[in-house]
Design a protein around this ligand. Sequence first.
Ligand code: 8YV
Length: 313
Amino acid sequence: MRLFVTRRLPQRVMERARDMGADLHDSDEVLDADALRAALRDYDAILCTIGDRFDADLFATDVRTKLLANFGVGYNHIDVEAARAAGVTVTNTPGVLTDATADLAMTLMLMVLRRAGEGERMVRAGDWSGWTPTQMLGRGVTGRTLGIVGMGRIGQAMAARAHHGFGMEIVYYNRSAKDLPFPARRLDTVEAVAAGSDVVALHVPAGPETRHIFGAHAIASMRPEGVLVNTARGDVLDETALIAALQEGRIGGAGLDVYENEPTVPNALRALENVVLLPHLGSATLEVREAMGMMALDNVAAHVEGRDLPNPV
Ligand code: 8YV
């Protein structure tokens, strides 16, 4: 069984992969289409991750690979239908990054409402001339309404934190109703969630059905002080419409961990004070990244041993 790992992963994961006989691309450099096509031709299993674009045309030629074990819960960089048609199964790493990602969404919400990014920039720049009673007044969190778009694992973890930790009211949009362990009101449309929330947090997976699910209309429905938080994927949000709303002062602010064209972050966003911008840190703790890697390798091991795959998508 020939296994290929497309990117440098935490050391423990690399060691296990090496013990499994893997060839490692031990680098942060993202492989291009030709390199991925060659991997599909030469390897039985590939451990891949975000940035590795497995578009449909890659599956059109000579494919030896039977398993794409994705490091990450989101797999919108893989054309899963085309993979399936070529006999390639895709697995992902759900669950292990839920808390970490919800923690990061909370971080963004708190930073925007309490103007933490602005404050930090001011102190670092040496521009803080001292405390004043009216300096950099933000907004409190307790008692405000949080709107969740996508009440899956991460949406629920975010809502639970907001409800139990901060006394927030929860409303949500989800395709199906959920039996939830905290009080929450399901609304019919994304726009209704936008209109009924002080903070909207996006937690839907990316894919053709959710592209720009939070679009210009939803953004226009937000409250004048409303804050948008996105830790899901850049393309579930209409970034251009968001920038326009922020520039025109139609909404209160935004906290973003993901972007439509990563790693490009539009200058227009970087120029705005009421926006907190993070570099896709959702699952970025060592223990979570190790757990993701081990889970991806568990799927490889199951494939090798002919067992049911633990995490097929
Ligand atoms: C990952 C993520 O770090 O798992 C996901 O879908 O967004 C992040 O937690 C990254 O995308 C690697 O797959």
